[in-house]
Write a protein of this length. Structure first.
Length: 281
């Protein structure tokens, strides 16, 4: 029977590469009529750097151990009947492979290669996602400085005043466009009584939604927390990977902004939530 994909997905990175490494060695020997076939613990030419990242005794021991574990995995999955060591030191020894099953082996190799490719794509996406979160956080940290700089324009030009939530939305949205190619502005009706039209910015490539708020009369700590909880529940339903809530509080109306950030900044049902209330007092 073919090895189940779920079984391959549970292997750690090193062992997955070791399984492919050993399977390719067996495939290269399988055309001969001999049984068992012999593969070295230590290949003279290393295929995958992850298995042998440096030439030290410890790394060499680990490399040989991984190839032995990979052989045991193939036995457990029924790709080979059995395996054994010739008893010599691993560095110079060989692994005896008994009765390799050609059909199962040929089916396994592309499955392992596909799983490695899938992980590379996920790693690239995760790196992009983490970088995106960091960039949005940087914009939140520097937003107030940008507002202050626009109050003193050259050549008697009128100041750009940020006086309400719509101004914050416009400026923060423009700043997002300097960092990301595909930022989509989405407007919704108020999800809570007395709220203004909510504007979300959706960073499509990283599945991140950014919500913008500004403190105002009547929006105390408790009320803000309640509004954010309602909005976060909405983002969870949308299946966003992360929701970043930026609250602009230039007059320091909130009594305990740190508590709000700590209470709400956490993973929630698969959605990473981060709350930034700036500037700090």
């Amino acid at each position: 029977m073919p090895v189940e994909i779920a079984v391959l997905q549970r292997l750690d990175e090193e062992l997955l590469y070791a399984v492919l490494d050993v399977a390719l060695d067996i495939q290269n020997c399988i055309d001969s009529d001999s049984d068992p076939v012999y593969i070295p613990f230590r290949r003279m030419v290393v295929r995958y750097e992850i298995l042998f990242p440096g030439n030290t005794p410890g790394i060499l021991d680990r490399y040989c151990e991984l190839r032995w574990k990979a052989s045991g995995f193939l036995k457990k999955q029924g790709v080979i009947l059995d395996c054994s060591s010739n008893g010599n030191d691993h560095w110079d020894g060989v692994i005896r492979i008994f009765s390799p099953k050609e059909r199962e082996l040929h089916a396994l190799i592309p499955e392992v290669e596909a799983e490695i490719k899938r992980r590379r794509v996920n790693d690239a996406f995760n790196a992009s996602y983490v970088g995106a979160l960091q960039q949005v956080a940087q914009l939140a940290e520097t937003f107030h400085r940008a507002v202050l700089s626009l109050r003193n324009r050259q050549h008697n030009r009128p100041d750009f005043e940020v006086v309400n939530e719509y101004d914050v939305q416009d400026l923060f949205g423009a700043m997002l466009l300097t960092r990301f190619k595909d930022v989509r502005r989405e407007e919704h009706g108020p999800s809570h009584a007395g709220g203004s039209t909510r504007v979300d910015f959706y960073i499509k490539d990283d599945a991140i939604v950014v919500e913008i708020k500004m403190t105002r009369d009547g929006l105390n700590d408790r009320k803000l927390g309640e509004e954010l909880i309602i909005d976060i529940a909405h983002y969870k339903q949308r299946g966003c990977k992360a929701a970043i809530c930026f609250v602009y509080d230039p007059e320091h109306r909130l009594k305990n902004p740190n508590a709000i950030e700590i209470d709400l900044s956490k993973p929630t049902d698969g959605t990473e939530v981060r709350v930034f209330i700036r500037p700090k007092g």
